[in-house]
Design a protein around this ligand. Structure first.
Ligand SMILES: NC(=O)c1ccc[n+]([C@@H]2O[C@H](COP(=O)([O-])OP(=O)(O)OC[C@H]3O[C@@H](n4cnc5c(N)ncnc54)[C@H](OP(=O)(O)O)[C@@H]3O)[C@@H](O)[C@H]2O)c1
Length: 277
């Protein structure tokens, strides 16, 4: 192999990638990286203004991208988005399920005991992370089954490997995302095509909208006790930045990982390897 062959593996020209959570901190940066590698990118978004600001970041590559209005918990909106994407770009090659997150109301704390966590908040976090991965996969994975090829990449979490304190529903839901990733990898390879691959990444700790309230003090921006505990348990001694995900995401979406399916890849600065001593 020479470097031109290597470059070809990561050339996404002519490939269409759908990203849920493409207006988020991680999904948005990944969307920009993918258009930079030549992909057509469709961002599914609830808020058109947020989607627009990600498209603006793409500069001249913006013509390779579109935003489509959809809620990952609403099948009808996903089906409408699928139709719009098919019309603009044709069949979908890759699906990135990056929508997800936690909620303060589903998080235990000094003022909120586990016994008092409201069922609707728990259910929302569970639904957003698990059903919000399954429903887009049903809609966009069907196209891949018809075509006999495609790649699905889910977003799990460190919290799936060993649950983190306080985030009961989020930990359980992300563990379910990891399980679903493995289940689906086997199912689609056996029932449809071994050229459909399903994997997940398990990011460590990245400061984004979903966790800022737990990791930094709202008024000063300094680290909370939890934020400090995370850094002290991360051998690389920092939070991740979105660019830390690019290599793994591009690898898992590209033919460079053509014999890889059913894995959950940690990208965590060593957090999951560290026993704490
Ligand atoms: N940050 C971390 O440290 C970390 C660690 C491990 C895993 N993760 C996972 O990585 C993924 C990306 O998270 P992030 O950190 O980038 O968080 P973020 O900035 O809060 O982004 C979350 C994204 O999910 C979207 N979303 C939420 N509910 C939705 C719904 N019902 N329908 C459609 N989209 C919805 C949001 O869209 P709106 O703009 O419409 O709100 C946003 O685009 C999530 O699955 C998260 O759980 C993050």
């Amino acid at each position: 192999m020479d470097s031109s062959e290597l470059n070809r593996l990561y050339d996404f020209s002519g490939k269409t990638v759908v990203i849920t959570g493409g207006t988020g901190v991680l999904g948005g940066e990944i969307a920009c990286a993918l258009v930079g590698c030549g992909a057509n990118v469709a961002i599914l978004a609830r808020h058109p203004d947020r989607a627009q600001s990600i498209l603006d970041l793409m500069g001249p590559r913006r013509t390779q991208a579109m935003a489509s209005s959809a809620d990952v918990l609403d099948l009808d909106s996903l089906r409408r988005a699928e139709e719009a994407i098919r019309q603009k770009f044709g069949a979908v090659d890759c699906l990135l399920n990056a929508a997800g997150g936690n909620r303060p109301e589903a998080t235990t704390g000094a003022d909120l005991r586990f016994f008092d966590l409201p069922a609707d908040a728990l259910r929302y976090v569970f639904d957003l992370n698990l059903m919000g991965t399954i429903l887009p996969t049903q809609v966009f994975g069907k196209m891949m089954a018809e075509k006999g090829e495609g790649v699905i990449l889910n977003f799990s979490s460190m919290s799936a490997l060993r649950p983190l304190t306080r985030v009961a529903a989020y930990s359980a839901a992300k563990a379910a995302v990891s399980s679903f990733t493995q289940w689906l990898a086997v199912h689609v390879a056996q029932e449809y095509s071994p050229r459909i691959r399903v994997n997940a990444i398990a990011p460590g700790f990245f400061l984004t909208r979903q966790n800022k309230f737990m990791l930094t003090e709202e008024d000063t921006g300094t680290l909370t006790a939890r934020g400090k505990a995370i850094i002290s348990h991360t051998p690389m001694a920092r939070f991740g930045v979105p660019e830390d995900l690019f290599g793994a995401v591009l690898w898992l979406l590209s033919p460079a990982s053509s014999f890889v399916t059913g894995i959950v890849l940690p990208i965590d600065g060593g957090f999951s390897a560290f026993a704490g001593v």
